[in-house]
Design a binder for this molecule. Structure first.
Ligand code: MN
Length: 292
């Protein structure tokens, strides 16, 4: 994180409340990587423009060693945030990058990418998150795009209360994040809160927002959010942001975005607007046209 101390504190009139607490579902993907699907398909409309959030974390090599061999994507963006561990990415557009401790990989699949994500360690902890962000209909077949950000590349700041903020996307307290997207206006913050510290973030009322607590516990507008829970934040026209208070030391992802309000058609790694476009994606993949 590039630490800035001079910040523009955000003040809000009223915090959003917690609409629902979600416990992730244990599953496996790729060649047998164990993970927790926090944002599942049934929440895609509620949390538009976000399509999926997976949390992975294990110190057992059997849980991650097989990785994700070659597989396709079309129609959206994947954002991988590696808290601990090393993963090598290779794709059909010729990109290769090592993702490690605190780094972020942002990949716009657009009209098609075939890639692999393979662990580069045989022991130790592998922990991180993969978020799927939808593309507007007009951009679903855009050129693929890819960037790696090391931990040092990611903008960040520390508040007066000692909250360390990494701004992966969007803008917080006057600090512009690593990636900005106009259509979905994603905000993606990783927060470290010392015991008892509060953090306030302004959020447009119409944007969908959620937090995921991955260490400790926090309180939002009177509701406690325990570790490894996602809290969906209510869209109340009166609420102009959120205030998060740490109960003990806590680490939290705060994610928000502008809904696209377009039809969502998903078949595995393809997310389009219609069934017809899904058949097209499957055919293009089978016939070798997806990523050419
Ligand atoms: Mn993938």
């Amino acid at each position: 994180m590039t630490a800035h101390t001079a910040t523009h504190p955000e003040s809000i009139r009223q915090s959003r409340t917690v609409e629902q607490l979600i416990t992730g579902k244990a599953t496996s993907d790729g060649a047998g990587v164990k993970l927790t699907r926090v944002l599942t398909q049934s929440l895609q409309r509620r949390l538009d423009p976000f399509l999926m959030l997976d949390a992975f974390g294990s110190d057992q090599p059997d849980d991650y060693i097989a990785g994700f061999p070659d597989h396709p994507h079309r129609g959206f963006e994947t954002i991988t945030y590696m808290i601990a561990g090393r993963m090598l990415h290779r794709d059909s557009a010729g990109h290769e990058g090592l993702l490690e401790n605190g780094g972020v990989q942002w990949m716009t699949a657009g009209r098609g990418v075939i890639h692999s994500e393979i662990p580069q360690q045989e022991e130790g902890v592998m922990e991180g998150f993969q978020l799927w962000l939808n593309l507007p209909a007009r951009d679903k077949l855009t050129e693929p795009w890819y960037r790696d950000f090391t931990a040092a590349d990611l903008p960040g700041f520390v508040t007066e209360a000692g909250v360390a903020v990494t701004v992966i996307a969007g803008e917080s307290h006057g600090v512009t994040g690593a990636v900005i997207r106009e259509a979905t206006a994603p905000l993606y913050l990783d927060l470290y809160l010392p015991t008892g510290a509060r953090f306030t973030q302004a959020l447009p009322a119409g944007h969908n927002a959620f937090v995921y607590v991955y260490r400790g516990a926090v309180r939002i507008a009177g509701s406690e959010i325990p570790t490894q829970r996602m809290a969906i934040l209510a869209n109340d026209a009166q609420a102009d942001g959120v205030t998060i208070e740490a109960l003990g030391e806590a680490k939290v992802l705060l994610i928000a975005g502008q809904p696209l309000n377009e039809p969502i058609a998903q078949y595995g790694p393809f997310v389009m607007n219609t069934e017809q476009e899904i058949y097209q994606a499957i055919n293009d993949f089978r016939e070798g046209r997806l990523a050419s």
